[in-house]
Design a protein around this ligand. Structure first.
Ligand code: UDP
Ligand code: MG
Length: 337
């Protein structure tokens, strides 16, 4: 069992691990798994079928993200069988898919690294196409799949569209609409991503931030084979906030402008009130106005404090410098040899 995070210099780990790896794999499939007990074997069978005549070596790196069902048990079985080279990293608790991706990439020894879900919504055959593109078109470093048809409801679709519009307006990086984490990239890209060790990870933003030439290919997500999606509306909303706060400080500036504009309007109104009183002697009947203004200004202040709080919170989290994940168990076919 190796706990990588007892070492502090992550860059050092990447090179160290690569140098230690005796087998030179062409492709590493990184598969984050959270409560996917019924899916992992089906997933592996699908991968073996899709790659049986590919003519190159590949490995599967499963990351058990603190599953509460029999996922780890089933992954251990797959590891023992070694129908194809398998590594299993098991976290001490649920750290989230982003942490799973990070850990999987650290353990990858392939020249190409592919991120794919365990629920077979993303077909392994597409990974073969991605590898082919990287082989044949050296100008590309990343092949990313985006969903051409979405099976979700209109409301969710509207919110997702709005999210992309807002984040692309606010942040310095441009996110491709509907692009998922389902992608294959060269080792150099993985090393660049691993060097970004922020604790609040928003992979869509990270991929856009590191740059590299990306080829986008369409795909249609299949239905989940078994189990349920771990996302709901509130989780998506949190994820979207994470993305906006993580990739832009413009909301802070907007809060400043908002405060400035409100103060300016209040000042103008004050002059009007004084003039009305002095010139025409009108008493201002103001109960309703005062209530509305108090509520409006109170709401604005809370909103602005909330925005600042988001950033302070993120700074606080990052200043603790905690590891992105903790490995409880690491099964590696390379160390079995
Ligand atoms: N996942 C994970 N940790 C989590 C949530 C999800 O490793 O905390 C994995 C999950 O097992 C799956 C992938 O991330 O392999 C995508 O999750 P899901 O299918 O729930 O997302 P969706 O496809 O609905 O967007
Ligand atoms: Mg899914």
């Amino acid at each position: 069992c190796i706990n990588f995070l007892t070492l502090t210099n992550k860059k050092h780990i990447i090179y160290l691990k690569h140098a230690e790896s005796e087998i030179n794999m062409k492709l590493s499939l990184v598969v984050p798994c959270y409560n996917e007990a019924e899916n992992v074997r089906l997933f592996q069978d699908a991968v073996i079928t899709a790659f049986h005549d590919c003519g190159y070596d590949y490995e599967i790196i499963y990351v058990n993200d603190g599953s509460k069902d029999a996922t780890l048990h089933n992954l251990k079985k797959l590891f023992q069988e070694q129908k194809c080279p398998v590594k299993v990293i098991s976290f001490s608790r649920n750290f989230g898919k982003e942490a799973g991706i990070y850990a999987g990439m650290e353990a990858a020894s392939g020249d190409y690294i592919s991120l794919i879900d365990a629920d077979l919504q993303q077909q392994p055959e597409i990974v073969r196409d991605m590898v082919k593109i990287l082989d044949e078109q050296p100008q590309y470093d990343v092949v990313a799949a985006y969903q051409d048809r979405r099976g979700e409801g209109k409301i969710l679709s509207f919110f997702k569209k709005s999210f992309y519009r807002i984040i692309n307006k606010l942040s310095d990086v441009t996110l491709k609409k509907d692009a998922s984490d389902f992608r294959t990239f060269r080792r150099s890209v993985a090393e660049s991503i691993l060097n970004l060790s922020e604790s609040h990870r928003f992979s869509k933003g990270i991929f856009a931030w590191v740059g590299y030439e990306t080829c986008f290919i369409p795909y249609t997500a299949c239905k989940r084979v078994a189990g349920v999606s771990k996302w709901n509306f509130w989780k998506l909303l949190n994820y979207a906030t994470e993305g906006i706060v993580g990739y832009s400080t413009k909301p802070l500036r907007m809060a400043t402008f908002l405060g400035g504009m409100t103060s300016f309007s209040a000042f103008i109104y004050l002059i009007i009130v004084i003039l009305q009183k002095l010139i025409s002697g009108i008493d201002i009947p103001g109960y309703a106005t005062i209530i509305v203004l108090i509520l409006f200004l109170g709401g604005m202040q809370l909103l602005c404090i909330g925005i600042i709080g988001e950033y302070v919170g993120k700074t606080f989290e990052q200043s603790k410098n905690r590891p992105i994940y903790i490995t409880k168990e690491y099964l590696n076919y390379e160390s079995e040899k």
